[in-house]
Ligand binder design. Structure first.
Ligand code: AMP
Length: 213
């Protein structure tokens, strides 16, 4: 299967992507993770992307399109892949449509105020990049639930940045819902529920698609 995960920032795309990729043996392609890896390595691309990401703005389409078109040609994508955070603009969707066909677009729908609350609690592991939620009291002490690594808050997850990212999402990414609805590909998922409940909704829809293939 070739899938896209769509939804506002902090809707739970990364968390759900881990479960989906494992269940259907898909390559998990997160453009955000790819960019953060470039930043950590201080590559020219990473240096160019860092400020844009920290400010909550999008990285230019040409950079992202080149990155994804190289990535989906790699061997581990032969059995299918899950795009997490791509496309984020109509030009990116157009380029993707020239590269490959997509089987479904999972749109995780979450209200903006829930997003703001979730992003304030969101932490990422420095070692394995797993994302988890922490409560206010434990925020300083807690370690990664997967590998025990140190957790940090992304610079783009503060309330002010998240409000800006939501504006960028409404302006640039939300039009993709209509684009993929017109192509009969959208699966709407209620992302306000708990992580297992959201996963259950997604798996029910994807099992039906996988069984038809
Ligand atoms: P994410 O981890 O998906 O929330 O992405 C973090 C940041 O990386 C975004 O806020 C953008 O600055 C950048 N980014 C990730 N994917 C894309 C994309 N498809 N197009 C443009 N910028 C992106």
């Amino acid at each position: 299967m070739k899938l896209i995960l769509l939804g506002p920032p902090a809707a739970g795309k990364g968390t759900q992507a881990e479960g989906i990729a494992e269940r259907y043996a898909l390559a998990h392609i997160s453009t955000g993770d790819m960019l953060r890896a470039e930043i950590a390595l201080k590559t020219p691309l990473g240096i160019e992307a860092k400020n844009l990401i920290d400010e909550g703005n999008l990285v230019p389409d040409e950079i992202i399109n080149a990155m994804v078109s190289n990535r989906i040609r790699q061997d581990d994508c032969a059995n299918g892949f899950l795009l997490d955070g791509f496309p984020r603009t109509l030009p990116q969707a157009e380029v993707l449509s020239e590269l490959t066909d997509i089987d479904a677009v999972i749109d995780i729908e979450v209200d903006s105020e829930i997003i703001i609350r979730r992003s304030a609690a969101r932490r990422v592991c420095r070692d394995c990049r797993h994302t988890q939620s922490v409560s206010g009291d434990e925020a300083g002490e807690v370690r990664c639930e997967k590998c025990g690594g140190e957790l940090y808050q992304r610079a783009d997850d503060t309330e002010e940045r998240m409000r800006h990212r939501l504006e960028v999402y409404h302006e640039s990414t939300e039009p993709l819902i209509r684009y993929y609805t017109e192509r009969g590909l959208i699966i709407g998922i209620d992302g306000s529920k708990s992580i297992p409940e959201v996963a259950e909704q997604i798996f029910a829809c994807l099992d039906a698609i996988a069984n038809k293939q």
